[in-house]
Design a protein around this ligand. Sequence first.
Ligand SMILES: [Zn+2]
Length: 221
Amino acid sequence: MIHIANDVFQIPVTPRQLVNTYLIGSTLIDAGIKFSGRTILRQLGNHRLTAHALTHAHPDHQGASAELCKKLGIPFWVGAKDQSAAESGLVVNNMPNPKHPVAIFEQNFMAGPGHPVDRILQEGDMVEDFVVIETPGHSAGHVCFWRERDGVLIAGDVLRNINFFTTMPELSEPPAIFTTSVETNKKSIQKIAALKPQVICFGHGPVIRDAERIQAFAKRI
Ligand SMILES: [Zn+2]
């Protein structure tokens, strides 16, 4: 686990922070792919979990969700419009082309099974000391978690900070082939940039501690 801010840790589930989960307080945000359960539990060590929330129900975020919720007996919290994907486990159906070979690969080899959702997350809800921000586009029910006090944003996949081919840090939009609506996601990028986050935690890539870079990026797109 990498300490990011007060009561916030990044838990990468792959080398080079290619895929990340986060611990905020005692809530696990995202759960990697279906093989990530063990590495998450190992990194958590003695940290006790009381809940598990998703930024969105995609195969690289809900992979170990069912396993961890069952094993630890913790509730599962998901944005309203991602509920059916999270519960069915059919998590590429809302991508632009679910029959794309990469989508089929993700469904078969990365996605975890569905799991009943215990709480629907909506704009303004609190998760620990973070407020839920609805940020649709990458998926319809995508949410971010925002703590104004110290400017920490768990951004999910509204933006990423990695080039998937070189694995070098690179601030960019999520890949269009995995994004339900690129245009709607651009609006969500504007929405989070307007918060002026100081510490931006991505589903993919290392954390950025520079509010101006996010704002400059949001202006460019
Ligand atoms: Zn992702």
